[in-house]
Write a protein that binds this ligand. Structure first.
Ligand SMILES: *Cc1c(COP(=O)(O)O)cnc(C)c1O
Length: 390
């Protein structure tokens, strides 16, 4: 182990604080775009139009073209996109919605907020994505939607899921919050199901400078319903056809996102390069017991680069070891949803979903953001080699 290299590196980069290589560093990305982002801010400031309006309409057109969908509806966040999509499909009390138990909370939180019941499904242990076979087993006469999640930027097995859904006439809501730009079944994540939900949370592959989200669909009626729902079901002004909510997107966020959308493919390419470099270094350093993610379906966009660390307590030990060397990591997600306190009434128990629970114990996300340098990735890989050899 070239311990000295790491030492030197740490000192060279340790300007901002205790962490020399953070899990993500948005300041690098935005620093490089400072002039364009400032111009976007000035434009919105001068326009006097701060919610919806021309800036939002322009971003919706550009995002719809990028994703290859007829309609895009900007909303306040990815969570709001899921909630509004389900409201547009008429999901409510008594309904069941199948979703993975190993995902971010918002996937199922939105189901519960509408009084419907999330029905948990197990994941595939290789991709961490929901298992189509398990979805098929959990369909009942009350199933009103299926929500596959393209976790970490890798497309779920949409071919199988769409077949299962079609045979039951069940709508598919894609949780593409982590997967904008991921190719999927000849289209793009979000454009394959009945309706797709995207998040522009700052750490997603296309991040706003605050909260923002989007619904995409080819279905004109669904799109119009989502548009109405995001402004309290109002059409025209002060005439309310349905009960909606305030789920609007800000003009300022759309102005920033228009600047950033043009760079998205370049950033995705950089994430993929970073992932390939990690893999090559793991091979060269003969790292055992820390397994890089497997790209089963080509086109993973690596919103997260999640390694698996089997063995009692080893994942947590690696996390601590890396923190001691100034390397930021995160656990996505430490508690599967069937074991969350707020879902206890649904009767989930430890042991119900062994693969999801094992993933929650064994996975760790490493820095993968586009602006990482080769030296930084090498430093992380060397640190992991040091841990694996110990
Ligand atoms: C980020 C995320 C969301 C929610 O998006 P927000 O914009 O943070 O509300 C939903 N689902 C998944 C899988 C996510 O990663």
């Amino acid at each position: 182990m070239a311990e000295g290299t790491g030492e030197k590196y740490c000192m060279a980069t340790q300007k901002g604080g205790p962490t020399s290589i953070p899990l993500f560093d948005l300041k690098r990305q935005h620093g490089a775009l400072k002039e364009e982002l400032s111009a976007a801010f000035e434009r919105v400031l001068a326009s006097g139009m701060y919610i919806l309006g021309e800036e939002v309409a322009a971003f919706e057109r550009e995002a719809a073209a990028y994703i290859g969908c007829r309609h895009a509806v900007g909303v306040a966040s990815g969570s709001e996109a899921l909630l509004i999509a389900m409201m547009a499909l008429g999901i409510g009390p008594g309904d069941e919605v199948i979703c993975p138990t190993y995902t971010f909370f918002a996937t199922a939180g939105s189901v519960r907020r509408l009084g419907a019941r999330p029905v948990w499904a197990e994941i595939d242990p290789v991709t961490f994505n929901v298992s189509p076979e398990d979805i098929a087993r959990r369909i009942s006469s009350r199933t009103r939607a299926i929500i596959p999640v393209h976790l970490f930027g890798q497309c779920a097995d949409m071919e199988a899921i769409m077949k299962i859904a079609a045979s039951g006439g069940i709508p598919v809501i894609e949780d593409a919050a982590q997967a904008i730009g991921t190719p999927c079944c000849g289209r793009m994540a979000g454009a394959v199901g009945s309706i797709g939900c995207i998040s522009f949370f700052p750490t997603k592959n296309l991040g706003a400078l605050g909260d923002a989200g989007m619904i995409v669909t080819d279905d004109h009626e669904l799109a119009e319903k989502c548009r109405m729902l995001r402004t309290h079901g109002m059409e025209p002004k002060y005439f309310h056809k349905i009960v909606g909510l305030n789920g609007r997107i800000d003009a300022l966020q759309c102005a920033f996102l228009r600047v950033k959308l043009k760079r998205l493919d370049g950033w995705i390419a950089a994430r993929r390069r970073n992932a390939a470099l990690y893999r090559r270094l793991f091979d060269e350093m003969e790292i055992r017991g820390v397994e890089p993610p497997v790209e089963v379906r080509p086109g993973h966009t690596y919103n997260q680069f999640v390694v698996r660390v089997p063995g009692e307590g080893r994942r947590d030990a690696l996390r601590k070891f890396l923190a001691g060397r100034g390397i930021g990591t995160e656990i996505y997600y430490p508690v599967p949803l069937h074991m969350q306190e707020c879902f206890a009434d649904l009767g989930g128990r430890e042991g119900d979903f062994p693969e999801s629970e094992r993933a929650a114990r064994e996975t760790l996300a490493l820095p993968i953001f586009p602006e990482l340098t080769e030296d930084e990735i090498r430093y992380v890989a060397e640190a992991i080699a040091g841990f694996a050899a110990a």
